[in-house]
Design a protein around this ligand. Structure first.
Ligand code: IMP
Ligand code: MG
Length: 185
């Protein structure tokens, strides 16, 4: 185990089970639909790769990077799409979009993004996330993921795509970062 990790919250095996379970639900729920898996960079890239291999129906994939500028003081004014959807997708009306996310914290990123995609005309917009920290939700935002691997307490976690200052993304498990590691940055 990496020495900066205090404890393992979700093991590699448990993550595999979580993704299999979500993929099975998606395969059932989206049968006969035109499903677009939309990966939110960078944290969701590991989940995306695992999920798309396990979904048993045809999928299209795309990526978005959303940047948030500083602490938001109002609803969502500081969140902007940085890399957009593929340019060929100016018509979203045929697409059932499933946002693939690593973790939901305040909910501001996904609240903004679901509104943006619906405004652009997507047929439907749903959310799959590995983790949810509902205790951290911005009280102005009511957002519940449609598919969620695990609800966790208010702890800072890394691994399986999740980073702290761009580190630890490649860990195959999800762990709680030690206070020492947080302090040394
Ligand atoms: P929010 O829901 O808009 O507040 O932001 C969610 C984003 O914050 C995630 O996609 C992560 O990039 C980041 N994030 C939130 N909590 C954690 C954590 O515990 N570890 C690593 N990144 C996190
Ligand atoms: Mg993220």
């Amino acid at each position: 185990m990496n020495s900066d990790i205090e404890s393992i919250l979700i093991s590699e095996k448990e993550l595999d089970d979580i993704v299999t379970n979500i993929a099975d639900q998606i395969s059932r729920d989206y049968a006969g639909k035109r499903l677009l898996l939309l990966c939110i960079l960078k944290g969701s890239v590991v989940f995306m790769g695992d999920l798309m291999k396990k979904v048993k129906i045809p999928v299209e994939i795309d990526f978005m990077k959303v940047s948030s500028y500083g602490a938001a003081t109002e609803s969502n004014p500081n969140i902007k799409p940085k890399i957009g959807l593929d340019i060929s997708r100016n018509d979203l009306s045929e697409l059932d979009i499933l946002i693939v996310e690593d973790i939901i914290d305040s909910g501001r990123t996904l609240d903004y993004l679901t509104g943006y995609l619906k405004h652009k005309g997507a047929k439907s917009v749903k959310i799959a996330t590995v983790l949810d920290k509902p205790e951290r939700r911005d009280p102005r935002i009511t957002l519940t993921p449609d598919y969620c691997g695990k609800t966790i307490p208010d702890k800072f976690v890394v691994g399986y795509g999740l980073d702290y200052n761009e580190k630890y993304r490649a860990l195959p498990y999800i762990g709680i970062l030690s206070p020492e590691a947080i302090a040394k940055k």
